[in-house]
Each structure stands twice: as C-alpha cells, then as structure tokens.
Write a protein that binds this ligand. Sequence first.
Ligand code: GLY
Length: 560
Amino acid sequence: MIYRITLAFLLSAFTITSVVAAPSIQARRGLVVSANTISSEIGVDIMKQGGNAMDAAVATAFALAVTHPTAGNIGGGGFLVYRPDKGAPITYDFREMAPASAFPEMWLVDGEYNFEKHHLSHWSVGVPGTVAGLYLAWEDHGTLPWKDLVQPAINLAKGGIEVSTHLAESLQKALPRMQDYPASLKKFTTDGIPFEPGHLWKQSDLAASLRRIANSGPNGFYKGKTAELIVADMKANDGLITLEDLANYRAKKRQPVFGNYRGYKIISMPPPSSGGTILIEMLNILEGFPLADYGSGSADTLHLMTEAMRRAFEDRARYLGDPDYDESIPLDRLLSKSHADSLRTTINLNKASASQPPSVNQQKESPETTHFSIVDQHRNAVALTYTLEFSYGSGIVAPGTGFLLNNEMGDFNAGPGITTDQGLIGTPSNLAGPSKRMLSSMTPTILEKDDQLFMVTGTPGGRTIINTVMQTIINVVDYGMNAQEAVDAGRIHHQWLPDQLNYENGRFPEEILNELRERGHLLKAQNSQGVAEVIINNIEADILKGGVDQRIPDGGAGIW
Ligand code: GLY
C-alpha cells in the first residue's frame, strides 16, 4: 500500500464536521465531558463506585488512551488543574521532557533547519509525562486503588472498541506517516488494511503496557519492560531517549496562575504552559471594555478580542518557556492589571494595529490535543488537557508497547536566532536543552465565583487553545450563555504573527466580517477551532451543566 503524507494533514489533524447544536446536559452529582463518550462514562462509573473527581480523571485519561488515539495517551504529556472543594487549588505539570542529550541546534542539518527531524523523527519524541503526572495527582488526591482506575482501560484495550466512522477516517489519513513503523501499522491496521467503521479493535500490546502500569505505577512504565522496549526502539532508530532519561522523569506540582475577571477568579496553568498566563493577560486587557454592551459577535467585540490576542501573544513569544530553565520570566508583570492597563492604552477601537515585524517569530503548533472537565458530588473539579502534539503524535509505536510516542520536541523553537517568514522562532526562552520542557499552549482552567466552584473549561487546538478558552469564559461571564451555548458559539483566533484574524467559517455574518476588514484586519476563514469541554456549576440550583463540543463527533458526557 502506498501512502502519501500531506503537511496540511499533519497540521490540521482532525476531521471537521459541521457544528450542530447539542441538547443541554445536566447532572446533579457528577459530570464528565470529554472527546469520547465511553471514556466520560468510565469516569462517571468511578464516581459511582465512591471515587472523587481525581479518581475519575485518572480513569478517564487512561480510557482515552485506548478510545481516542489521536491525542489520548500514555506516551505523551499534559497539564492538570485541580480545585478541591476544600483547600487550595494546585496544578500538575506532566509535560514531556527533552532527553539529557538535547541541545539548541539539534534541528539543524548542515546548518539548515530540518522539519522532519524536528517533528517526524525519533528525535522529535520527548520523554513522556502522562503516567507520572496521573500517578502524582492520584497520590495526592485520589481515594480509590490505583489499579481500579487503570483496569477499565485495560478492559477496553483487551475486549476491543468499535471503530467509529470518525476514527476510521482519521486513521486512514494518519497511516501514511506510519509506513516506516511496522509496530504502528500492526496496531492501527489489519495486516496493512485500514479499519472499517464498526471493526472491533483490540489492542493487546497496549493492554499489557497498561497492566504493567496498573501493577507497578510509574515504575511499570519508566522502568522495566516498557522502558526497555522504548529504549530498544530508540537505539534501533538513532533516537535519543535512554533508560536514564525515563527513570529521571518527574511530574511536578506547580502553583496555579491566578487572575480575576469581572469578579470571577481564574485558576489556570503556569509555565511551561503559556496558557494560563496569556489567558489572564488577555482577560485583563478586555476587562477595561464593556463587552456586554458591545454584544456577542459584534465587530467591536471581535476587534477588541483580536487586539488583546495580538498583544498577549507577542508577550508569549518574547518571554515564555520552561521556568526551571529561565528564572527571568516576568510572570508577575504579565499577570498584572497594570501591564494590561498599559497595553490597553495602545488599542484603537476603530483601527487594527500592525503586528511589528518579526524580530521574533512563531513556531507552528499542531491543533491536536484533548481536554476533559470533571466535577464530582462534592464539587471537587479537574480540568485536564494532554497531548501527543500532532494527531497520532510521532506516528511511532515502539514494538511491543502498543502505544504511540509523542512528537512534542517539535514545540521547542527551531534553533538559536532562526527567524523565517514561514513562522520559525529563534528566541532563547524556548530553545531545546537537556531535560528541559517545551513551551505549551494548553490551558486547563477553573473559575470560582464568591469562593465557590463556577466553571471548568479547556480545549485542544495548539495556540488557538488559549483564545478558545478565553472565548468560552467571555461567552459565559459577559454574555450569560449556558455551557452548551458557550461551546457552540463561533470562534476567532489571532496569534500576533502571522498578522491575520482567523474566524470559523459560517459562524459570523458577512457584514460583521466586512466591518473588521474596514478596520484593517486581514481575515482568513477556517473550518473549525478547538473542541472545548465545559462544565458550569449552577450554585443556587446545585446542578452541573455541561457543554460538549460537537465540532468533532464521538465526544460526550458521563452523567450522574
Ligand atoms: N502541543 C500543543 C501544546 O502543547 O500546546
């Protein structure tokens, strides 16, 4: 079989379907909203067995590694924001880590930047963080036995899942990238023949890898058979990850970044994700404008959002990276109201600013990732976003492991001083380095109102993540939308460079788009942006309401 890889596929990642308004979802005791209904239901089953939101999150994450292979993973990494009903919120950083042999110029071949090496090689694989992160969060807050949380995923992998139409189509497009990796083709085809919708897909190697995790926790992944299989594949393919790299991986607890938007407390992810910082910076800028008066989707609102995005994303590119490597990140300044005040004074309500010529420029980022939100009967809440970077990550399955390895090293900058009009970036803060974590945009976020849980939100989408999360929040806080309406509403994206305003096709009236053009924005239609999963806690009625994004099928809620 001959496969062809298209860059458009690599960077567009998931099949887009038209947006259909979904029925309202509500629950009294517990709610899980994720990109896969079976995985959401597994999370809720765990709550029914007496587990809390963290137990449900661990089980849902492992289940997504079986049911949602584009982004659900044990071979990738991510971030988790936890807000217990009682006590202080905390975040878990399980971002992938560069191997110890990584270095800033590693993406250059004969002095030239090499895309394949950066994004589609064994060098593009970061040391996975998911298993360590889920375990650390469970050790701190879980209540049910670890084994019981991994077991549902083992059952799914062993017993098989029915391949949906969406999964079959997405796999068909991904197979070209796997043609050099027999273990990947073994996992994702029947003797080289792509799966048809309805096929019962059993993943026995994955079940065995999950079993080792169930029995031994992180040691069942970072040491022993799984680690040896990963390293054997690295050695066979000129890869960099060693047994020491795997054994040295640690998930980290980090203090959240906090903001306040119109009286709602924002709790989000600090670096090495740029998400929480840039989200709060944008909300701080926009708080100075009467968005409710301007109206949802009005030209004034979209113009101001764009100008806030432009300014905050410039700060993202200039300042953000792994905080354990760069202690000079001006986090307090970026999060401050005074910084937003001074940026706001540079905004002209009637005219688009120009993004300044690229003394720094931006790296392309894949839109594939996945997010889920969970609230339990005690109103403990989890927002978790994790990823393999590209759809199906590196496309590499190390023989015998049954799971995909990420290509997250592609989130590091291209090389020192490298700046091109194609969007490469050369700033120091996010250059590759030994055991360093690459900058992310993932933005799992929780809101409080009057010290009580109010909203849980997040989405995939590369750099669009931060803007999608911001728009779900503004839709609720400024426009009074419910969770489903907040998820369904049309979205825009600007990221400073390239200086263009992306909008979801068919979601905004032509006269509004023309008004934006008249103000000087360069508009570009896109099919779809993000897959947000939102829960709102209606405090008075003591009811949880969910919004499941219909932009891709297969998503759904688990309700209790
Ligand atoms: N790989 C996408 C992100 O971390 O934002």
